[in-house]
Design a protein around this ligand. Structure first.
Ligand SMILES: *[C@@H]1O[C@H](CO)[C@@H](O)[C@H](O)[C@H]1NC(C)=O
Ligand SMILES: *[C@@H]1O[C@H](CO)[C@@H](O)[C@H](O)[C@H]1NC(C)=O
Length: 235
């Protein structure tokens, strides 16, 4: 049995593993939420961004497994398991750092992507059922109309009508036009950009918190591993 201060480190390692368990669950949940909530905006997103929620889900599962390793290692005071745990943790930490830096570097790309995608998909609104659905959801949920405003739709249909989702107060069988009462006037580009930025910051903040916990976990695990080894050598 490890003794004295190391018992304390051992229990700290338990606590940190609990945190990893929770952080694994949080990452998994964020991935699932993005997958479900932003899934229907996939027409507005480059293919390379669509795998992001799946990556989060996979990372969440890996963290679950690693936390399990750490708990067993601390419990059994198994040197090999604790070292494995530390190495896995460092690998995950490096991956997170890489993903975080890539995300930070690419954050401005989101704006350009939205600009391109919104512009190009608007012109397919009347011909593509899926794109129509995406735009209707965006306008309904964002309380917005058109990429920059309702007047954009005239560039597309040249008949001064608007998609029905721009007119919340017009009956289903009515025609939605620029003169309809209470039409949405906000730009969907701004609304979507704000939404993406907000979610991005939340994910970034959570990520930094988790990364700091993990680094501390590695330090504790190494302390514990060293003390276990010393015990073996003195016996
Ligand atoms: C889309 O982009 C083209 C070229 O930059 C521009 O002429 C057009 O007005 C844009 N359409 C909308 C709806 O903003
Ligand atoms: C306006 O143009 C769109 C696209 O061509 C068409 O689907 C729609 O029926 C037109 N609306 C009216 C009232 O003509």
């Amino acid at each position: 049995m490890v003794s004295g201060g190391m018992t304390c480190v051992k229990y700290l390692l338990y606590v940190f593993n609990l945190l990893f368990f929770v952080s694994g669950a949080v990452i998994l949940a964020i991935g699932a939420v993005i997958y479900v909530v932003y899934g229907h905006y996939s027409n507005f997103v480059y293919d390379s961004f669509q795998s992001a929620p799946l990556v989060l889900i996979i990372v969440g599962v890996i963290i679950f497994l690693v936390a399990f390793f750490g708990c067993c290692g601390a419990c059994k005071e198994n040197h090999c398991m604790i070292i494995t745990f530390s190495v896995l943790l460092l690998v995950i930490f490096t991956m997170e750092l890489g993903t975080g830096i890539a995300g930070y570097v690419r954050r401005n790309e989101v704006e350009v992507m939205l600009e391109n995608k919104l512009n190009s998909t608007m012109y397919d609104y009347y011909s593509n059922e899926k794109i129509k659905e995406t735009w209707d959801i965006a306008q309904h949920e964002g309380k917005c109309c058109g990429m920059n405003g309702p007047q954009d739709w005239n560039l597309v249909n040249h008949n001064n009508t608007l998609p029905h989702t721009c007119c919340p107060d017009t009956p289903d069988d009515g025609t939605c036009t620029l003169n309809s009462p209470n039409i949405y006037t906000a730009s969907c580009f701004s609304k979507l950009k704000d939404g993406f930025t907000k979610y991005g910051s939340i994910i970034g903040g959570v990520g930094i918190g988790i990364a700091v916990c993990q680094l501390m976990g590695v330090v504790f695990a190494c302390c514990l591993a060293r003390s276990i080894r010393q015990e073996y050598e003195t016996v």
